[in-house]
Design a protein around this ligand. Structure first.
Ligand code: SF4
Length: 426
């Protein structure tokens, strides 16, 4: 593996997650067309959205206290270019993730569009319902790394109507060329999360044709996922966060009490089987198991990755970020060296299992290191071993891209004729 971060954007992305960066006075993010630093990041991030070399999108911690010790600075040169420097030493020229025009607009109901949905990298993230109930119980049982309950009312609107979400998704489709919308909820008593999401899913799919992802707690009736698949959902994701059973209970007391780790794992496995039974299709279905690396020991995260890929699901791995105001705000972030083997295992396990990583077009994710991006963290020998697999993946990517854009352009044309809301109800 290339160990010089100047020549390895994957390692740079990881290093910046772990250490953060200062924003130099020369850089006025909003004035330069960058995205504001919002806290509405599904409770996991809050930083500066930047595009690193190799078109690697990231979200750099800039406000948390641990950033004080970072040697990295994001600054603007006199020629207008933006760089990550280590002190005064240039590391990499980067771009600010562009702030779309719709970020400054309101919906027809008068809500700021960014309070309805925000771009996370190049996809639209929507948290449509009220705050996760772990935050509102008398004895709070929220996950200790999470900031969702601190965010709402600040950057995010509470009650989002289906028509508002469709309007924002249509704007993001037209102006930001999104291909994917991710719906996310927390925990609600009575397992209402899928009932809440279904009208949004149906309307956004109908109006835009984009791929749809759903991230909620695991429903006890697994046949609900068959139904989601029929509705046009393409990805379901289950955030069990921690694979070590004791650390899971300690970190996620609400999840442990209401669902338990096993129920999360069963849902990941069920949905991976559902994908396999569908075979190769232009209407993809993937199951994701989502973990946070840096709270439990790296070996445990690697075991989680091996379990997830072993059942045919794709691991999504976030790097723990001690967000301001959370229960874990004083816990130090992990060190880059500890994280490298975790992400190397992510790439290797996905490739060994022949999982479809990096097939969906224009889905660049700023808050996590994608399995495909983790290829930067393995040895040349490992890359050589999977050269054929990578070539197959590239061919699938081209084929799928052609198909998906055909579908999107047809939906765009219909929506422009009918208007977003009419298109959603047609
Ligand atoms: S389930 Fe946990 S991580 Fe998700 S919103 Fe609720 S407290 Fe936050």
């Amino acid at each position: 593996m290339e160990r010089d971060i100047r020549n390895n954007p994957g390692l740079l992305k990881l290093e910046l997650y772990c250490r953060g960066a200062h924003i130099d006075d020369s850089l006025r993010v909003k004035d330069e067309g960058g995205r504001p630093i919002l806290r509405t990041r599904a409770g996991l991030g809050s930083g500066l959205e930047v595009i690193l070399p190799d078109n690697m999108w990231t979200n750099i911690p800039v406000v948390e206290p641990f950033v004080r010790h970072s040697p990295y600075v994001v600054r603007r040169r006199e020629d207008g270019s933006v760089w990550v420097d280590e002190g005064r030493e240039p590391i990499a020229e980067v771009k600010l993730a562009p702030r779309p025009g719709w970020y400054d607009r309101k919906t027809s109901t008068g809500k700021l569009m960014t309070a309805v949905g925000t771009l996370q990298g190049t996809y639209l993230g929507v948290y449509p319902a009220k705050v996760c109930e772990y935050w509102t119980e008398r004895d709070r049982t929220n996950c200790k790394f999470c900031s969702v309950g601190l965010n709402l009312g600040a950057d995010d609107a509470d009650d989002k109507k289906v028509a508002e979400v469709v309007e924002v998704a249509a704007a993001a489709r037209d102006e930001s060329d999104i291909t994917y919308v991710d719906f996310n909820t927390g925990h609600y008593e009575g397992e209402t999360y899928l009932d809440i999401l279904e009208p949004y899913i149906r309307a956004v799919k109908q109006a835009t044709g984009v791929m749809i992802g759903v991230q909620t707690p695991p429903h006890s009736d697994l046949s609900r996922y068959d139904r989601l698949k029929k509705l046009g959902v393409n990805r379901v994701s289950f955030c069990f966060e921690i694979y070590d059973p004791e650390i899971f209970v300690e970190t996620c007391p609400g999840k442990a009490e209401r669902y338990g780790l096993k129920r999360y794992l069963d849902a990941v496995e069920y949905n991976a089987r559902l994908g396999k039974s569908a075979g190769l299709s232009f209407d993809p279905w993937v199951s994701n198991g989502e973990i946070i690396a840096g709270i439990e020991p790296p070996d445990s995260s690697i075991r989680a990755i091996q379990w997830i890929t072993g059942v045919g699901a794709i691991p999504t791995v976030c790097v723990f970020r001690p967000l301001c105001g959370t229960d874990y705000e004083k816990v130090p972030p992990p060190r880059t060296e500890e994280m490298v083997p975790v992400f190397a295992a992510q790439y290797e396990a996905c490739m060994r299992a022949g999982l479809p990583i990096a097939v969906a077009p224009n889905v660049n994710v700023s808050l996590v290191m994608l399995p495909w991006e983790s290829r930067w963290l393995v040895s040349k020998g490992v890359r050589r071993r999977f050269a054929l697999g990578e070539a197959k993946m590239a061919a699938m990517r081209r084929l799928f891209r052609r198909h998906l854009y055909g579908q999107l352009h047809r939906a765009d044309a219909a929506r422009r004729t009918a208007g977003p809301i009419q298109a959603a109800t047609a």
